[in-house]
Design a protein around this ligand. Structure first.
Ligand code: WTA
Length: 635
């Protein structure tokens, strides 16, 4: 099956889908040929629920597939990365240059004592060195764990410690909205609590960088003495390529582990099926490398296919709201992949900013991170795409590795419905079920499940099998449950309705309410906290915290306390988790067994009917919250 501009008939697509489910071994065995393998697998799939091993005993190197193999073809001198800085500076790196830098940096890592299987933490701005660092790890079989550069020192330290990373690769600063953010200070603070880190490598940018003797090194200096070539190390197909932390329903983030073979095959194939990329394409996925979208569709899949990517450091509406459109025009971007929250924000600036640019190179518009509301869909389609470009709404998760429900526009031009991610993708057997696992009829809301393993599926949670089994495979026995509500309409289209657990989706980012509550109660003024999500026009959802103060804080100035708590959350977790509102209450609605009734808090904040209150322990807690809501002054 070839991707490209030519579509296959719908009947053929359905046949492929059928074959992929009926005979997954045959199907995925053929698809895996999209990569170069050092040793072919003995068996395509070994499925011991809930653990899948894909391409058993196969050996390959992800970096070789993303870089080396293109050097042997006419892609050698093609742009791999078009990098744009917030101040407009642009650098174009060819595949050959990328190859040289990745080799050298892989040797730098070796010289720092990094070996196959060791963990390397990456905490970096959106600069080409971030992709180089990831690929260099893959080249020597080291497992990277990228931490989003907006996370705080504590969040960084927590992730480094869980993964027990040996080396940290970072930068002294990053640029955002015209400001310089000093990463070095954050890193120095984190490293006070990271005993496993032996060395830190800094990409030096503009600041007066003070290195700690024997621990800190400058990227540039180390690269000078590094070898031009080192052999890529073939690893087992099920060797972890990376760990990426994501929020869960408990206070601790989950270390999602992805394999090398299965993950690379699945992301590469979904990249082809979704967009049908070819050598004329300039692909721009606006996600940060700190998230899964940045791993799969900024780095691994596009580079495995030898695509030209755009990487942009900074805010897409800075220094003016036309920045995103200017980059598309300047570099002839053909596929844009962004999030509904970004589209809604861009909408607020008006059409003029879009219309002032020539966007005729665009051919597909992608959306990811949350359901795209029909108004944003229409604007994206009509104003940005000029009614020419299909909107490709891709539903997936950190854990799924690649797209799960999406229109395979690269091979089939299926009719779209605004707000629906269309159908389960090739090789995905999905359904909507009730809490007992019974399949639901059309238009009935239930839990989305996946009934079969697929190559991009996580291989586990880092050193925590029990949590892996409980988080994904217990809610609906023997099925993968992503914990999202959905419906399937009468035409079989899937509509994702939002999270079915205590996780918020704030501007496309997963924030665990438990994680945020945990941070709040770690503050000395707080006795108890409950966090819920409140709908927001731009961000989709924002966190709202109900806080019970410790006794000796009752008389303190509430405004100052709120500010202090907000500052504390920003420092402890990172700015993305900042509560939109903090309400001080004396009681929280709880069940008789002592569980906080977040459902009731949510209804209260939205002024909706409260529903069944038969299990509530103390009715006065409701009056209490209502009163506080009435008195609340918006920040
Ligand atoms: C949500 C991001 C509706 C969903 C790739 C999922 C979506 C969570 C969509 C994963 C979409 C992602 N339509 N909801 N197209 N894409 N989601 O792990 O709740 O950061 O479970 O991965 O985002 O977020 P994550």
């Amino acid at each position: 099956m070839k991707s490209g501009d030519k579509y296959i008939p719908l009947k053929k697509l359905n046949e492929i889908k059928e074959l992929a489910l009926k005979n997954p071994e045959k199907f995925w065995g053929e698809q895996a040929r999209c990569l170069d393998w050092n040793k072919t697998w003995d068996k395509v799939l070994e499925w011991k629920p809930p653990y899948a091993k894909w391409f058993v005993n196969g050996r390959l190197n992800a970096c070789y597939n993303c870089v080396d193999r293109h050097i042997l073809t006419s892609k050698r001198n093609k742009a791999a990365i078009i990098w744009v800085a917030e101040n407009g500076d642009t650098k174009i790196m060819t595949y050959y240059e990328l190859y040289r830098k990745v080799n050298k940096f892989a040797n730098v890592l070796q010289n720092l004592g990094v070996e196959t299987g060791d963990r390397v933490a990456i905490y970096m701005p959106m600069i080409p060195e971030a992709a180089i660092a990831m690929l260099a790890c893959a080249r020597i079989g080291a497992i990277h764990t990228v931490v989003f550069s907006g996370f705080s020192a504590d969040a960084l330290a927590e992730r480094i410690n869980d993964a027990q990373a040996k080396v940290l690769i970072t930068s002294d600063l990053l640029y955002r909205r015209g400001k310089k953010i000093n990463l070095k200070n954050i890193v120095d603070k984190a490293l006070l609590n990271c005993p496993t880190i032996n060395h830190t490598v800094y990409v030096k940018r503009n600041s007066d960088l003070k290195l700690v003797e024997g621990r800190d090194y400058s990227w540039e200096e180390l690269m000078k003495g590094a070898k031009n070539y080192i052999d890529p190390i073939p690893v087992d197909s099920n060797h972890p390529l990376f760990i990426l932390y994501t929020s869960g329903t408990t206070g601790k983030p989950k270390g999602v582990v992805h394999s090398t073979g299965g993950y690379m095959v699945y992301t590469t194939k979904t990249m082809e099926w979704t967009w049908g990329v070819n050598d004329m394409d300039v692909f721009w996925c606006t996600a940060d490398i700190g998230w899964i979208t940045g791993h799969s569709y900024v780095v691994y899949a596009p580079l495995a296919l030898g695509t030209t990517i755009v990487m942009y450091e900074g805010a897409i509406d800075y220094p003016n709201p036309g920045r995103i459109w200017e980059i598309i025009e300047n570099h002839g971007v053909t596929i844009l992949y962004t999030a509904p929250t970004a589209i809604r924000m861009l909408m607020t600036y008006g059409e003029e900013w879009v219309k002032n640019h020539d966007l005729s190179t665009l051919r597909i518009l992608g959306s990811v991170g949350e359901p795209i509301n029909p108004r944003a869909w229409k604007w994206y389609y009509e104003v940005v795409g000029n009614r020419r470009c299909p909107i490709c709404d891709c539903y997936w998760q950190t854990e799924t590795g690649g797209h799960i429900i999406y229109p395979p526009i690269g091979i089939q031009n299926i009719p779209l419905k605004p707000g629906s991610a269309t159908f389960p993708g090739i090789g995905i057997d999905a359904d909507i079920v009730d809490e007992s696992g019974n399949s639901l009829p059309a238009n009935k809301k239930g839990l989305l499940i996946i009934k079969n393993p697929w190559p991009g599926m996580l291989i586990g949670l880092w050193k925590n099998n029990k949590r892996y089994e409980e988080a994904y495979w217990k809610r609906v026995p023997n099925c993968y449950c992503p914990s999202d509500y959905a419906i399937k309409d009468e035409d079989g289209y899937f509509w994702i309705l939002g999270r079915a657990d205590e996780v918020l989706n704030v501007a496309g980012h997963r924030i665990g309410t438990a994680e945020l509550e945990h941070v709040l109660v770690s503050h000395h003024a707080v006795a108890e906290a409950a966090v819920i999500g409140k709908p927001d026009d731009i961000k989709g959802e924002v966190p709202v915290a109900f806080v019970i103060l410790n006794k000796n804080f009752h008389d303190k100035n509430k405004k100052e306390l709120k500010e202090e708590l907000i500052k504390y959350v920003k420092e402890t977790m990172g700015p993305i988790a900042t509560p939109h509102m903090i309400l001080f209450v004396n009681k929280l609605p709880k069940t008789r067994s002592g569980k906080i009734m977040r459902r009731v808090l949510k209804k209260l904040i939205m002024s909706e009917e409260l529903g069944d209150l038969s299990t509530i322990e103390d009715n006065t807690s409701i009056e209490e919250v209502k009163k506080e809501l009435m008195d609340f002054e918006y920040r």
